[in-house]
Write a protein that binds this ligand. Structure first.
Ligand code: AVJ
Length: 322
């Protein structure tokens, strides 16, 4: 029952977002959050293990190497809320470090039921950690966690993996401010950001020779076919990764290889694609370390410490709500 309700809600948003995104003047677009259905979440796990995609491993290396040091900055009674837990594997190191101190509550917040289930399975062996998952949008889930705060408890929000990079600049600041408004002064945000690196290295990270990222991107059309009855022909679209110099981000697109019309019955829609026209499906901004300090400040956080991976430039920044 619950499952069905949830799926219906997700489809409702998908329907509106598909209608808006595909009828837009100029660049067509679809929100990247829809990449993560069951197949998409699993494909992202595979991407994380590809030699060309170093971000997830760098993120985990920092957390593994510096977990004790990170949690030393956050003494006392801590409740952990994670925005987009994914598989939960990276989070283990932080939770283990905290659980050596005391029993800790962990609240993963995920729109993907598949990711939430993977995360529960991955982390349920830790006895000093109680896991309560929320299948919600990030901010709705965080409000739930804040409502459960005990006296004297501080919240540590984890926003790892450089998911923040999927927002454009104004939306990024807006989102951090919204997190800040839900938190109290002295609460924490541990923010993972992928750093700038040579463009060819970035392109191959988002267009791997095995084609896993291409499948991850094209799966969005499979999802729309399934959930909205659309007739996207997958052989007529190609995965494209390009670097946008103005926004300093890698973009994923789906390029139509011919002039074609696609029907999306549940959205009451017929969409014309010109040859070589694209649907923009994701942006992944790459940061400079000082830039993270700056945007944190603009959103009402002080950057207390920053750890950077030497092998694959990636930063973990510990921010304190002011
Ligand atoms: C999980 C959102 C951080 O933007 O690098 C990986 C997703 N897209 N390959 C990213 C992704 C293509 C990833 N994030």
């Amino acid at each position: 029952m619950l499952m069905n309700t949830t799926i219906a809600e997700v489809s409702g948003d998908l329907l509106l977002d598909v209608r808006n995104g595909l009828t837009k003047e100029g660049q067509k677009e679809l929100p990247s959050k829809y990449l993560y259905d069951e197949v998409g979440s699993k494909l992202f796990e595979v991407i994380s293990g590809l030699p060309e995609y170093g971000a997830t491993r760098a993120d985990e290396r920092i957390l593994h190497t510096h977990a004790d040091e990170i949690v030393e900055h956050a003494p006392g009674d801590i409740a952990v809320a994670e925005l987009g837990s994914g598989s939960g594997r990276k989070t283990r190191w932080i939770l283990e470090a905290l659980s050596r101190r005391r029993h800790t509550s962990y609240f993963p917040i995920e729109i993907s039921a598949t990711a939430l289930a993977m995360c529960r399975r991955e982390l349920s062996d830790m006895e000093a950690i109680s896991i309560v998952g929320f299948e919600r949008e990030y901010l709705d889930g965080l409000l739930e966690v804040a409502a459960r705060r005990r006296d004297g408890q501080r919240i540590l929000v984890l926003f790892l993996g450089s998911t923040i990079g999927n927002f454009d600049h104004p939306a990024e600041i807006r989102f951090l401010r919204e997190i800040r408004m839900i938190l109290d002064p002295q609460d924490f945000l541990l923010l993972g950001t992928d750093l700038e690196k040579p463009i060819p290295q970035l392109i191959v990270a988002y267009d791997d020779p095995l084609g896993v990222t291409a499948a991850f991107n094209l799966n969005l059309l499979v999802r729309i076919n399934r959930e909205l009855g659309a007739d996207f022909d997958l052989t007529q679209f190609r995965h494209v990764a390009r670097f946008n110099l103005a926004t300093r981000g890698v973009e994923m697109h789906l390029r139509s290889t011919c002039d074609q019309v696609v029907r999306v019955p549940k959205a009451d829609l017929c969409v014309r694609f010109l040859r070589d026209e694209t649907i923009w499906t994701e942006s992944s901004h790459k940061y400079a370390p000082e830039e993270v300090v700056q945007i944190a400040k603009e959103a009402g956080f002080h950057c207390e410490a920053q750890w950077i991976d030497g092998e694959w430039p990636f930063a973990e920044s510990l921010l304190i709500a002011q």
